[in-house]
Design a protein around this ligand. Sequence first.
Ligand SMILES: NC(=O)c1ccc[n+]([C@@H]2O[C@H](COP(=O)([O-])OP(=O)(O)OC[C@H]3O[C@@H](n4cnc5c(N)ncnc54)[C@H](OP(=O)(O)O)[C@@H]3O)[C@@H](O)[C@H]2O)c1
Length: 243
Amino acid sequence: MTISGKRIVITGGASGLGLELVRQLATNNEIIVIARESGGLKQLGGDYPEMTIFKADLSDDSAVKQAATDLAAQFPAIDGLINNAALQYTPSFLDPEFKYDQIAKEIATNFTTPAQLCYLLLPSLLRGSQPFILNVNSGLGLVPKTSSAIYCATKGGLNIFSQALQNQLEQTDVSVLQAFLPLVDTAMTEGRGDGKLPPDRVASDIIRGIAARKADIDIGKVKLLRPISRFMPGLARKIMKSG
Ligand SMILES: NC(=O)c1ccc[n+]([C@@H]2O[C@H](COP(=O)([O-])OP(=O)(O)OC[C@H]3O[C@@H](n4cnc5c(N)ncnc54)[C@H](OP(=O)(O)O)[C@@H]3O)[C@@H](O)[C@H]2O)c1
């Protein structure tokens, strides 16, 4: 099952999982990327000269608003929004390298911006064909690990937000979906953990889930984590605590 003939907006499409999603979807779809200035973004523009790119630092409220407004003006109808961009700071509150300013930046990038893009691009989505919103989530949005408390909270918040938005949009054609990822081998997890999934496999699982309009696209070990967290929450907390 795949997706074709759609106009899809992807945040953070210049690297990591976002780039894999771009690569796999660009063959049969029109892709629009919102990403910040970087070497990867320059490369993306070179590899896909036809692709429309909006530059924005997605932790910056006014940049997000400007990019979404420009995008909606240029594309009155879109068929999909993939909120992929995020960041994860790993220090704990007790670590000397933990920085106060990181709290607001992580919340803005991982939670506020996806919610704002859903709102600002909703009129364009409502004019799209079988439109969808796909919020990229994490097993850590179901059960937290010990480090990265703000990251876990942003993903937990994104989960609740996505469910509520799904309720709000029930009477429209827009589907609100989430992909819950285990450890994936990208820059975000460099030097951490074993058994990471390759991003190309994760991207194809996500695309299959979108095509099937699966509300919760659980990938890899999250397929196990979800029932454990439901039926044995204490065990799930214990397993994830050491992560
Ligand atoms: N990797 C994992 O194990 C894992 C597990 C669960 C969920 N996820 C989720 O998967 C998604 C993709 O992450 P990833 O693994 O591909 O990590 P990644 O390689 O670190 O990529 C993160 C993406 O977000 C973009 N980004 C971060 N801050 C930004 C900002 N202020 N403005 C604009 N773009 C920004 C990055 O852009 P640049 O290219 O400019 O850096 C990059 O494209 C995220 O939502 C993440 O939470 C990942």
